[in-house]
Design a binder for this molecule. Structure first.
Ligand code: ZN
Length: 300
């Protein structure tokens, strides 16, 4: 198998081409749109296999973490290959393992933020001046959407607490990261994921971030035991550590909202090690180290 997904930067336009190529190669992948970003870019979802319930992988909530787009699509590519060719992946018969289970991938939750991180001011449209000021000219670390709202702090999970912690951390205004907005689900990127989860029967979610080789699991007491057991399996498989979030990382996140809304398991996996943005050339290496863990996460 020659890999279609490569260890290189994918801007929104590149990603649109890549998805077309993947869908052409693998007829079992179904593409659909779950919403639009602030600047009107499609937020695309890809379905492999259909079932009573689905596992959802979502990546690139944060612009500087766009390597997770590559990693999520490398996983989809491997699973689609195994699914269509009746091959096993990491010793798992994928076709059989996916009986009754669907997989949904949202490889880029925040396409505007990713383009700002990769392309800089020219991707920021009429907000270029403001964004240049807010990030001090270092666009590569931009995590928020184009309005300076951090999507992973904009979900409806104890939002008043999120705002209080932001203020404690001295964050009062839109900027490169960690500002959750004035109200939960104010951003179309957040709303797109929320409506996807409301309209599909999602079994559990896996949100991909970077970095640290750490798995954050669950939220408060929701689905506590099952979530913990699954997290322990994943951590043991991938050699990743388990941790609980602290400071402004508590509440407001996608996993937090999903766990509390549906009382089902949710995981945030911090892929790879280093400083964000991780070098894109390392995407395949990070993926291969985590492949068995991610494959198991798909079918658990
Ligand atoms: Zn992140």
């Amino acid at each position: 198998m020659t890999r279609i997904v490569r260890s290189e930067n994918y801007t929104y336009n590149d990603l649109s081409d890549l998805i077309k190529t993947l869908c052409k190669q693998y007829s079992s992948i179904e593409k659909f749109t779950i919403g639009k970003s602030v600047s009107g870019k499609d937020i695309t979802a890809l379905r492999l296999s259909d079932g009573v319930s689905s596992t959802l992988f979502a990546a690139a909530f944060h612009g500087s973490e766009h390597i997770t787009t590559n990693i999520s699509l490398m996983l989809l590519e491997d699973l689609a290959y195994a699914y269509e060719n009746s091959r096993s992946s990491d010793g798992i018969n994928i076709k059989k393992a996916l009986e009754g289970r669907g997989l949904i991938f949202v490889p880029c939750v925040n396409p505007d933020g990713v383009d700002i991180s990769i392309l800089g001011a020219r991707a920021a449209g009429n907000r270029a001046g403001e964004i240049t000021k807010q990030c001090g000219g270092d666009f590569s670390k931009w995590n928020a959407n184009i309005r300076g709202i951090d999507i992973n702090h904009n979900f409806d999970a104890d939002f008043p607490d999120v705002k209080r912690r932001e203020m404690d951390a001295g964050i009062y205004l839109p900027g490169p990261s960690r500002f959750g907005g004035d109200r939960p689900e104010s951003e179309p990127e957040t709303a797109a994921l929320v409506s996807l989860c409301e309209n599909e029967n999602i079994h559990h979610v896996c949100a991909l971030h970077t970095q640290g080789e750490v798995i954050y699991w669950g939220y408060k007491d929701y689905c506590l035991n099952r979530c913990k057991q699954m997290a322990q399996i994943l951590a043991a498989t991938g050699g990743y550590a388990l941790d609980v979030p602290s400071g402004t990382a508590i509440g407001g996140g996608f996993k937090d909202w999903f766990c509390s809304r549906f009382n089902r398991p949710g995981f945030t996996i911090e892929m790879g090690r280093g400083a964000n943005p991780l070098p894109i050339s390392g995407a395949l290496q990070i993926y291969l180290k985590a492949r068995e863990m991610l494959t198991i996460c798909a079918i658990l």
